[in-house]
Write a protein of this length. Structure first.
Length: 313
């Protein structure tokens, strides 16, 4: 009896499998130049006010870690969560380039009808938008709170959405190197392509990356700051040098820091003015770790787009 593998019902995966079997190559690579300097802007306003001012199809990657109405912080409260989220999802679809990617952090931990979670966002995208779901990434960590009335939580999810099946994806930039012993074994495995084996393994959609604990050197003071390593993997694989990355729930600006280090342009937005101080701390940490790359901090979106577009022409 044939056993139906449900992962094959994912429409994005089905079309990839079909193209692979027909030997059709997806156009996922882009000719880009590595710029000497990139541009960055941090805007303090409501995300919807910012989104409405951005041109259509102007952004390569939208990377967000939204609030979910969990009453953890003052910014975490909305009366009708999905009605509100639908507004920024629709705007995100409009500003995303045709080969662009959107990633959304979240969990499945709804409290009541007012609260939101990633399941609600996925349901909304599936039934009310043209977004395609490419992957659900499980971010697995070993450090976390203990629990007595349920199994202690050790993962969060990240969904990866695209507008079309011609999305940009640079797997090689995030492959994980084999150990010497495993490389030898993998090179003997006739099912594997030796060129890819030498480049490293696909990191799969389960990522083990520690959460930031209280005394982590990366910490800049934001209560829900994400680790650089996880943001870096997303930025490197889903955007390319000198493209535009948007994070409209920027928090401390972790995405901005990674974009500067990886030579991407970045638009950050947060409605809390404290994000300016957090971001300054990120920049000074960058200097200390000698990762600082030349970048221009813009004051207006007009200057940002003018300077970025000038380099394209
Ligand atoms: C989960 S945190 C993001 C943390 C970030 N990923 C980091 O690494 O620092 C969500 C952020 O969204 C911001 N926020 C909440 N509602 C917002 C809104 N309507 N517009 C813009 N920012 C908002 C909050 O101030 C908070 O800093």
């Amino acid at each position: 009896m044939a056993i139906h593998n449900k992962s094959h019902s994912n429409s994005a995966l089905m079309s990839i499998n079909k193209m692979n079997s027909n030997n059709i190559k997806r156009k996922t690579s882009i000719d880009y130049k590595i710029p000497e300097k990139t541009n960055c802007i941090l805007i303090n306003k409501d995300c919807l006010d910012l989104l409405q001012t951005l041109p259509d199809e102007s952004v390569q990657l939208i990377l967000i870690d939204p609030p979910y109405n969990l009453d953890l912080e003052v910014w975490d409260t909305y009366d009708n969560y999905i009605e509100w989220a639908a507004k920024w999802l629709d705007e995100s679809y409009r500003v995303l380039s045709k080969n662009g990617n959107m990633v959304i952090f979240g969990g499945t931990q709804f409290l009541d009808a007012r609260s939101g979670d990633l399941v609600e966002i996925i349901y909304h995208c599936r039934h009310n938008t043209m977004f395609r779901l490419v992957n659900t990434i499980i971010w697995y960590y070993k450090n976390g709170m203990s629990a007595h009335r349920y199994f202690a939580n050790r993962h969060e999810e990240i969904i990866w959405l695209t507008k079309t099946d011609k999305y940009y994806f640079d797997l090689d930039s995030v492959r994980v190197k084999y150990s010497e012993k495993d490389l030898e074994l993998a090179l003997r495995d006739k099912r594997l392509n030796p060129d890819n084996v030498r480049k490293g393994k696909n990191p799969t959609n389960v990522w083990e990356i520690g959460r930031l604990n209280g005394n982590s050197l990366e910490r800049v003071g934001h209560p829900t700051q994400k680790p650089l390593e996880i943001i870096r993997r997303l930025v490197k694989s889903l955007s390319y040098p000198d493209s535009i990355v948007l994070d409209f729930f920027a928090g401390s600006g972790t995405t901005g820091r990674v974009c500067i280090e990886e030579k991407r342009n970045c638009i950050l937005c947060d409605n809390d003015k404290k994000s300016q101080d957090y971001f300054k701390k990120h920049i000074s940490n960058m200097k200390e770790t000698d990762l600082n790359k030349p970048f221009i901090m813009n004051d207006s979106l007009e200057d940002f787009f003018t300077e970025v577009n000038l380099r394209k022409n």
